[in-house]
Design a protein around this ligand. Sequence first.
Ligand code: TYD
Ligand code: MG
Length: 452
Amino acid sequence: MSKTKTVYTCQACGYTSLKWLGKCPDCAAWNTFVEEVSGRKSGNKSLPATSPTPLSEIILNTDNRISTHIGELDRVLGGGVVAGSVVLIGGDPGVGKSTLIIQAMAQLFRDRPEKCLYISGEESASQLKLRASRLGIDSDNILVLSETSLDMILGVIKETNPAVVVIDSIQTTYSEELQSAPGTVGQVRECSARLMIFAKKYNIPTFIIGHVTKEGAIAGPRVLEHIVDTVLYFEGNRSHSFRILRTVKNRFGSTNEIGVFEMTDSGLMEIENPSELFLRERPADAAGSVANATIEGTRPLIVEIQALVSPTTFGVPRRTSIGVDSQRVNLLIAVLEKIGGLHLGLTDIYVNVVGGLRIAEPAIDLPIILSIASSLREIPLPNDLFVFGEVGLSGEIRAVNQAEARLNEGEKIGFKQAIIPESNLRRLKLNTGLQVTGVGDIHEAIESALHQ
Ligand code: TYD
Ligand code: MG
């Protein structure tokens, strides 16, 4: 084995040491040393003569995207796979990353003469075969290699010259030049940087699968995100079958896209109409249930918000919220008490976004307010009503963005009425069959939602 020299570099200040250190002697930061290959020749002499090009003379290649034939995946990629691009797919273990990618590869190479190279460091070839046959995938065009050494992998890529490379996963891949274990920051960074150079040099699109740590960052601490062209996060939890593929970074398209899938017995299915999925089991005439029109990326979604208000048993009221920021819910409860005049001091309040979705936008304020009021008063909202709007600290209802898209989505799903911010309504040119009510403060909102 050739002995390359490595050094440990402090990621905070750049101090280098030959040994790993827990604390940096220079900047006193803890746990910042990462192993790196030292003295790699920069190759200045061998560089071909290059010269800058005027912006106006650069030729654009826009149609070299390859469609994966999976609409939701194409959407988040910005229209398909770009030649030579490196795409990172991150997500919790077990969320379905390997399933998604093998399905995508099967679709991609359905009727192409080229080959895809699937490198699995996590599973053996027979485990992969087992999954593929469960998904009904059988292809001569998918080459499987169970390997973890980066040098071997790069050698095989060079030899087979595939049309697409999949690395499953970056945490199991290691470079022999570094002594640290696979999955450490140094290894992850070194391996992905070298894969990136390779992808660009040979113009091979590369998918890298990465696990997310408990803190939510792709190990090691987001280092990968800077290197690659596109970062997709695959989200969802085990207790719900739907999965969201979200663009976090995209050098070739918008970062405002999401793709929605459902995990079924026969793999991932695309969901073209996510609102229907989220409303599938909505109870009729239940107090505390409110349909909310939210925007995920550029996509409007109708989601059910539920609240349960019940008398406190042990003196201190409990406030629990799932799927929305609990601070925000506390703030809205305070507005309801002080401005709305509702007595919530001796009640437990639980708020839940049905389906396991997380909503972070302020347009969910009004739905939360109405669901709490509805549960407290035990008056259900009309089933065909949906709501959106931001609530200010003085109880005023503020305008939100993309009101028209939200209204259209509600109408498409079959809702008949909507309660929205008055300031939104004033600006809209309505041509819907919906009965839209504009409200200016929470009194008006509660009045028009609960006393119809
Ligand atoms: P997997 O793709 O192996 O996850 P990852 O690569 O992100 O770790 O998917 C694992 C889960 O998906 C596993 O718990 C079983 C489930 N699954 C299905 O429900 N249906 C299927 O058809 C497949 C292949 C997996
Ligand atoms: Mg996997």
